[in-house]
Design a binder for this molecule. Structure first.
Ligand code: GBH
Length: 496
């Protein structure tokens, strides 16, 4: 026993020793992230049309915790120069933004391109490039044109064409300057949230609509990827992927191990296997499990719509790197179906599991948010072992707080401990190519409104010019980007 403790202790000590001396590889890129609806505001300026978020929160204001919406948000539509300045202050190599479909294509369709939308994104992209900052662009971060939602949105297979027509406009207009693309952000949230009635479009139809959506987002992504590959890559030589949010899951007891494997496939594999695995298609264990459920319920065909072999081949391999959003780790417990809570917005009833917290891990402001940095290294290994993909770009990671203080040492320690796990994963041989911290500044945190802060910069939402002020975490992050190591100090003292 004593020997085991000593060995474990040595490993911990030796890892922290080497951590101090480790530096991020030369090619590793640091960045920050935001998304259009969360920061831009100007929801109806010029010819911009209504998105699903505009509609949902205008008609159901009580859905957000403070009754607010993204009408003005950080007003980045007007204040984008200041945003670029902040990215410069932080010394980052890249800034991840998203494009609002309704700002660029007010009809939803590609027959008409807004001059105003085009100008806005050109200014932002050019402004970043002038400062030597790479724009990393998410084409779709959840704000569907309401007109397309009225036609069925992501549950309608035509969305594959609507989306890829939009993507073609984006690649055509900005592809000469944008070299890293994310087609769709966190499809899990779009489908399981949107049809689990906890997210836009707020429809209660996870049994059917959620799974149709699941298939269509993968095909839409693949169509955009293949279009880039054929028409734009030869000209611009960029990279394209789809971002997945990946909570790491661990069994609560050894008896929960099988259930945990299934949970990972349900929440991660269902959005990743088709793209990243060698075989393609749905994760076999999930396809089987959901087909059995459907049969038992008397459906003539599986509710998770099968892929044809042609579709499997079409989606498989449509990535140039793995885009990973990592925030938290949870525990899985197998329960009787009637006891299965529908944990936040996902249909865990279908799986017969409950998601619980490890009491020894600190909790952040959200009840879905346990802090467990080691989970990030485990996710990176899982991706590498399961799909043989080792090129990973971490496109989101950050800490929510209700506390708006500028002295956010808990955020510093969250970011630092996750960067440590990245360094360790790199040492393990996994090629983590970059990290964009969520978020550059406080912003409209969806259904939490402005109550929850994620920013390296605080934003004063009561001031007309939405004053942005750096937090301690901004100082910390800028010393990381400058030293390219975690060996950073404040007034001569080590951070934590
Ligand atoms: C990311 O989603 C998003 O990409 C980003 O826009 C967002 O601001 C950031 O994380 C921080 O949340 O309200 O209890 O139903 C992370 C995945 C999406 C996790 C929605 C929890 C809803 C919880 N999340 N979610 S609840």
């Amino acid at each position: 026993m004593g020997f085991v403790v000593a060995v474990v202790f040595c490993i911990v000590v030796s890892e922290s020793w080497s951590l101090q001396s480790l530096t991020f590889p030369k090619e590793f890129k640091f960045g920050v992230a935001t998304a259009a609806y969360q920061v831009e505001g100007a929801w109806n300026i010029s010819d911009k049309s209504e998105s699903t978020w505009d509609r949902l929160l205008h008609t159901h204001p009580s859905l957000s915790d403070d009754g607010s919406n993204g009408d003005v948000a950080c007003d980045s539509y007007h204040l984008w120069r200041r945003d670029i300045e902040m990215a410069v202050e932080l010394g980052v190599d890249m800034y991840r933004i998203s494009i609002a479909w309704t700002r660029l294509l007010p009809n939803g369709f590609a027959n008409y391109i807004s001059e105003d939308g085009k100008r806005f994104y050109n200014n932002l992209i050019d402004g970043l490039l002038e400062k030597g900052i790479e724009p990393l662009v998410t084409i779709y971060h959840w704000d569907l044109p309401q007109s397309l939602q009225d036609l069925g949105g992501w549950a309608n297979p035509l969305v594959i064409d609507w989306y890829s027509d939009y993507a073609r406009v984006v690649f055509t207009l900005f592809g000469d300057r944008v070299k890293t693309w994310i087609t769709i952000n966190e499809a899990l949230v779009i489908c399981d949230g949107g049809y689990g009635k906890t997210w836009v479009p707020y429809i209660d139809d996870m049994a059917i609509g959620g799974y149709l959506c699941n298939k269509h987002v993968l095909l839409a992504h693949a169509k955009a990827y293949r279009m880039y590959d054929e028409e734009f890559r030869p000209l611009y030589h960029g990279k394209v992927s789809i971002s997945n949010v990946f909570f790491w899951y661990e069994p609560e007891t050894p008896e929960d191990e099988e259930a945990t494997k299934l949970t990972i496939q349900m929440w991660e594999g269902r959005y990743a296997h088709a793209v990243y695995s060698k075989a393609g298609g749905w994760p076999p264990e999930i396809e089987k499990f959901l087909a059995a459920n459907s049969k038992r319920e008397g459906y003539p065909t599986p509710r998770l719509p099968p892929f044809t072999q042609e579709e499997i081949d079409y989606v498989r391999g449509t990535y140039d790197f793995y885009s990973l959003n990592y925030y938290t780790t949870r525990l899985v417990r197998r329960v009787k179906p009637e006891e299965a809570g529908s944990w936040i917005f996902y249909g865990n009833k279908e799986l017969g599991i409950a998601i619980v917290n490890d009491p020894s891990w600190p909790m952040a402001s959200f009840d879905w948010f346990a802090i467990h940095p080691e989970g990030l290294r485990k996710v990176l290994h899982w991706i590498n072992n399961t799909y043989g993909v080792s090129n990973v770009l971490i496109t989101e990671n950050g800490l929510p707080t209700y506390d708006a203080s500028l002295y956010d040492f808990n955020r510093v320690s969250y970011i630092k401990s996750h960067l440590e796990q990245i360094l360790l994963a790199i040492k393990d041989g996994i090629n983590v190519i970059g990290y964009t911290a969520w978020a550059l500044m406080d912003n409209f945190e969806w259904l939490s409104g402005y109550t929850v802060k994620f920013g390296l910069y605080s934003v004063d939402f009561t001031s007309p010019n939405r004053t942005r002020t750096p937090r301690e975490s901004a100082r910390f992050y800028s010393s990381v980007t400058r030293t390219r190591s975690l060996n950073t100090t404040r007034h001569g003292l080590n951070y934590y």
